[in-house]
Ligand binder design. Structure first.
Ligand SMILES: CCCCCC/C=C/C(=O)SCCNC(=O)CCNC(=O)[C@H](O)C(C)(C)COP(=O)(O)OP(=O)(O)OC[C@H]1O[C@@H](n2cnc3c(N)ncnc32)[C@H](O)[C@@H]1OP(=O)(O)O
Length: 392
């Protein structure tokens, strides 16, 4: 590994990177819903050259891969031999991006450079206190207590359906939680639902660029949203207080533990909605529960009870609804007393190997969904829901 690091430092792609010295950035949060312009991309390339510190090999490989994808498209070079470690690491990183569109790669490159810059600016600054007031969330209630940051979805009258504001606020809250003093982070819902998934009225707000632009922006937002779960550095726990639908279910495959009330159900009616799996579930679900059980959920829309979801490995443990909150929070408070650095490092050891792959899967799922959103099947399903002809 030391050999690889030294080699990377010596032989890095000069057009996009220099040998620099900067702390590794683990969390990449982009709230931008626009694609990068050519100028933004060029600026980002210049900024990389000005970084004062080494971002670490993981980030450098990511920058290299995104640069190649943005400028040359998918990797079609022959795979280097196993002993050419540096070329192979670079090839692997590039190849892992699969068919990620050039424009998306460009935007990711710009976002990554910007996160490196902001991390540089904030280094040495005092971290926000865990109990400091959250920045005015409208769709969430975020609290920090007993070593636990709790992010509660708070649109109970809409069954905690996720609108664009909620997606953005969850990303912000995760970013803040990744840096605060808490040891673990919990996502839960208020009211009787965990979440009814994507807010289907999102489809009605069409920008001046038309449905194509809507789908494009939606795919970017979704990619960024799921990316935050992939990169989240601390133990992330779901406290599933009621039924969960769609993206609220798929993202559970990216959590470190999932505790559910016996009243919860787990439903991904993608085919019914003319849509396709997201949240990396096309990869995580077959691995968690076997390919055929994943098919029943993701393709046929089979709704699982909490006990079924637990038997299939999606849920860690189920509790009776009457004692759910008390039992779960007692347990979480005990877990939150464990040494936070050990927990964080153990999570890295468990998850880091898969991260790049998950980002590539996320990008692919988003680009498939972008097309699906423009299909008659999807449009009809949304119209049916909005005209109250169809419910799950
Ligand atoms: C950046 C974009 C990313 C997109 C990612 C892709 C994500 C995919 C998915 O998440 S697919 C899943 C989408 N969700 C659904 O299809 C659920 C639709 N909702 C329902 O079928 C039902 O509402 C229910 C079964 C969840 C609950 O039924 P019921 O108990 O009878 O309650 P109501 O239907 O009366 O609901 C109360 C109130 O909430 C509104 N609501 C519920 N869910 C949604 C939703 N997903 N989107 C928008 N609105 C929702 C419902 O309309 C009612 O509102 P009202 O009181 O009529 O104003």
């Amino acid at each position: 590994m030391a050999h690889l690091a030294a080699g990377l430092a010596r032989r890095w792609c000069p057009s996009s990177l220099q040998v620099v010295n900067f702390p590794v950035v683990q969390l990449h949060v982009s709230l931008r819903a626009m694609r990068a312009s050519h100028t933004e991309f060029e600026n980002a390339m210049n900024q990389v050259k000005l970084l004062k510190k080494d971002p670490g090999n993981e980030v450098k490989l990511k920058l290299y891969a995104l640069y190649k994808q943005a400028t040359e498209g998918p990797c079609n070079m022959p795979k280097p031999g196993v002993f050419d470690l540096i070329s192979k690491a670079k090839w692997d990183a590039w190849n892992a991006l699969g068919s990620l569109p050039k424009e998306t790669a460009k935007q990711s490159y710009v976002d990554l450079v910007s996160s490196l810059n902001s991390s540089s600016k904030s280094s040495g600054q005092v971290e926000p206190r865990a109990d400091s007031k959250p920045p005015g969330y409208e769709t969430l209630v975020v609290t920090s207590e007993d070593g636990i940051t709790k992010i509660m979805l708070n649109r109970p009258t809409k069954k905690n359906a996720m609108n664009p504001q909620m997606y953005h606020e969850i990303m912000l809250a995760l970013e803040a939680a990744s840096k605060d003093e808490s040891s673990i982070t919990v996502l839960t819902g208020s009211g009787d639902y965990y979440s009814s998934g994507n807010d289907l009225t999102n489809f009605t707000d069409i920008p001046s660029g038309g449905v194509q632009e809507k789908a494009k922006n939606g795919a970017i937002l979704l990619r960024d949203f799921v990316g935050c779960f992939i990169d989240f550095p601390k133990p992330l726990i779901a406290v599933v207080n009621g039924p969960a639908v769609g993206i609220a279910v798929t993202t559970l495959g990216l959590f470190d533990a999932v505790y559910a009330t016996d009243r919860a159900t787990f439903h991904t009616p993608f085919s019914h909605l003319g849509q396709s799996p997201e949240g990396c579930s096309s990869h995580t679900f077959p691995r968690i529960m076997s390919p055929s059980k994943a098919t029943e959920m993701l393709i046929f829309g089979k709704k699982l009870t909490a006990r079924e979801a637990c038997a299939q490995g999606l849920v860690t443990e189920v509790f009776p609804d009457s004692t759910f909150q008390k039992e779960v929070w007692t347990r979480l408070k005990a877990y939150a007393k464990l040494p936070p650095n050990a927990m964080r490092i153990s999570k890295q050891v468990i998850r880091n190997k898969e991260k790049e792959k998950l980002h590539a899967i996320n990008a692919e799922e988003c680009s498939v969904l972008q097309e699906r959103w423009l299909s008659d099947e999807c449009m009809n399903a949304v119209v049916n829901f909005l005209s109250r002809k169809a419910k799950l």
